[in-house]
Structure formats: structure tokens, C-alpha cells
Design a binder for this molecule. Structure first.
Ligand code: RB5
Length: 154
């Protein structure tokens, strides 16, 4: 699978470990940075990865920042992106089975010292198939409502 990966300065170490894991599993990785511990702005990286996935230049994306929150908020602004912040393998599984998540967001603060959890999250997220059926209808509703926020009143 073609995977676009990116992190801010807080996530560079975790990005490097995950890139190693994915490469050894035979995936094709495109690294959108950042490449050092110098402070940078996560929305710029989120935009790069989200657009690579939305434009089908990558099959899936992975984004890492300190909390994972900023990356998920930023990535979900891109049409056709369903970015899921997952702290464990169960969330990773459900994000694929029910939500067809195409971007995985991770928290370096939570996961830097827990390589076995990282392994579980990555392998589960990469291997779990979308169930389709009623979930396809709901995913279609997410994607079709991207521009309709102006109609929300309360
Ligand atoms: C960077 O200090 C931090 O704000 C960022 O990594 C992330 O946690 C934002 O959501």
C-alpha cells in the first residue's frame, strides 16, 4: 500500500519508528516531514498528507503530533478525508471497520514510550477491512455534508 506519513517536531521519533515498521511490512512510504526536532506548524504537514490521500497519490495517511488532536482537526478539513485519532488498537479497528478511516492520527505524548501499543495500532489499522453495508451509507453522509455546515442552527 502507498502510505503518506507526516508529523510535527513532537512526532519525528515516532514517525521514524512507524516508517520502519511499515517498510518492513512491504509498504511504500512517502515522508512529508518534518525531518528535525525544530518547531514547526502541524497544519502544514496535515495538509500535505491529507491532500496526497484525497488526490489518490497515497492509499492512506498517518499523522503524528504531540496530542494527535491538532493533526486530526486539520486533516478533517480536507474533503474525502476521514481522519481518526486512535490511542489503542480497538479504536484503530473500529475506525477502519465502521468509519473507513483513511488517515490515522497518533499522539506522540501517549505512544513514544509504548512501542508494543504502536505496533498493535499500526498492524490493526493497516489490516482491518471496512465492513461496508450500513456503514457505507453513513460514510457517504459524512463525505456529502462537508460543505453543509452553514445550515446548522443549534
Ligand atoms: C506542539 O507543541 C503541539 O501543540 C502539537 O504537537 C500538537 O499536540 C497539537 O495538537
Amino acid at each position: 500500500m502507498k502510505i503518506s506519513i507526516g508529523s510535527d517536531h513532537r512526532g519525528v521519533d515516532l514517525k521514524s519508528s512507524i516508517t520502519g515498521l511499515l517498510k518492513s511490512a512491504g509498504h511504500d512510504i512517502s515522508d512529508c516531514g518534518t525531518h528535525s526536532s525544530d518547531s514547526c506548524d502541524y497544519p502544514v504537514i496535515a495538509h500535505e498528507v491529507a491532500h496526497a490521500v484525497a488526490a489518490s497519490r497515497a492509499d492512506r495517511g498517518i499523522l503524528i503530533c504531540g496530542s494527535g488532536l491538532g493533526m486530526s482537526m486539520a486533516a478533517n478539513k480536507t474533503p474525502r478525508i476521514r481522519a481518526a485519532l486512535c490511542h489503542d488498537a480497538k479504536a484503530a479497528e473500529m475506525s477502519r471497520r465502521h468509519n473507513d478511516a483513511n488517515v490515522l492520527c497518533l499522539s506522540a505524548e501517549r505512544l513514544d514510550d509504548h512501542p508494543s501499543i504502536v505496533n498493535e495500532i499500526i498492524s490493526t489499522w493497516m489490516e482491518t477491512e471496512f465492513e461496508g453495508g450500513r456503514h457505507q451509507r453513513r460514510v457517504d453522509q459524512i463525505d456529502s455534508r462537508v460543505d453543509s455546515s452553514a445550515s446548522c442552527h443549534d
